[in-house]
Design a protein around this ligand. Structure first.
Ligand SMILES: [Zn+2]
Length: 215
C-alpha cells in the first residue's frame, strides 16, 4: 500500500476555507466585516453554505475521498476525507453559530470559543498546535532539529493570526465592498502557501527515512 503523502492532509484540512475564499471573492457567498464577530476573524459569515455547512462539508469530504482513493488507493482516500471533514469539526468549536446544517437551512451551529474567549482562544490554539507538532515530529521530540522548518512555519502562522494583529482586521478596514475580496484572497493564500511549504519540507525527511530503512 502506498504511503500517504503529506500534501493530502495538509491541503485537505484547508479545502473548505480555500473554496470559501474563492466563492466569497467571486461574490457567490457573503461575509461582512464586523469588529466583534468570530473573535480575531472580525468577519461575520452571512452565507457560506456551499463550503461551510455540515451537509456540504460531508459532500466535499466524500468527493475528495473518492478522488484520492481512485488516485492512490483506500488510505489516500480515507485520509483525504477525514482531513477535509476535520475542518468542519474544528470550525464548529471556534465559530459563532454561523455554520448552517445544509445550504439555505435556517439552523446554524457553532460553539463560539473565538468570541467567548477573544484572547484565551488564541492561547488554546497555540497550545493545540504545540501538542500536534510534538505528536507529529517524525523523529520524536529528542530530535526537534529535524523538524525545525515545519516548526518555524507553524510558529510564524501562529504569530501572524493573533487577537492583536490579525490580517482580517486589516481586511475589515477596507469597507464592505472590497473587504470580502481581501478576505477571500487572505484565506486562499493563507492556506495554499503554508500547505505548499509544509508539504515541501515534510516530503524531504520522508524520502530520506525510506532510504535509511532500505540500507
Ligand atoms: Zn473554515
Amino acid at each position: 500500500m502506498r504511503d500517504v503523502p503529506p500534501w493530502i492532509p495538509l491541503f485537505g484540512i484547508g479545502l473548505l476555507d480555500i473554496l470559501d475564499g474563492v466563492l466569497v471573492g467571486a461574490g457567490l457567498e457573503r461575509v461582512t466585516p464586523a469588529a466583534n464577530a468570530n473573535g480575531y476573524m472580525h468577519m461575520s459569515l452571512e452565507f457560506t453554505d456551499w463550503d461551510h455547512s455540515l451537509a456540504m462539508s460531508v459532500a466535499w469530504a466524500a468527493l475528495a475521498g473518492i478522488a484520492l482513493w481512485r488516485a492512490g488507493g483506500p488510505r489516500w482516500g480515507m485520509v483525504a476525507a477525514a482531513a477535509v471533514f476535520s475542518h468542519f469539526l474544528a470550525d464548529l468549536a471556534v465559530h459563532d453559530p454561523d455554520l448552517a446544517l445544509w445550504p439555505y437551512s435556517s439552523a446554524h451551529v457553532g460553539l463560539g470559543v473565538w468570541s467567548s474567549l477573544p484572547v484565551g482562544s488564541w492561547f488554546l490554539e497555540v497550545i493545540f498546535v504545540i501538542i500536534m507538532v510534538l505528536i507529529g515530529c517524525p523523529n520524536g521530540i529528542q530530535n526537534l532539529n529535524a523538524s525545525k522548518y515545519p516548526i518555524m512555519v507553524m510558529a510564524f502562522l501562529s504569530l501572524q493570526l493573533t487577537p492583536w494583529w490579525s490580517p482580517m482586521a486589516l481586511a475589515d478596514g477596507f469597507g464592505a465592498s472590497s473587504s470580502p475580496v481581501l478576505y477571500g484572497l487572505f484565506i486562499v493564500v493563507g492556506f495554499i502557501l503554508p500547505a505548499s511549504l509544509m508539504s515541501w519540507f515534510l516530503m524531504r525527511p520522508l524520502g530520506s527515512r525510506e532510504t535509511n530503512t532500505a540500507t
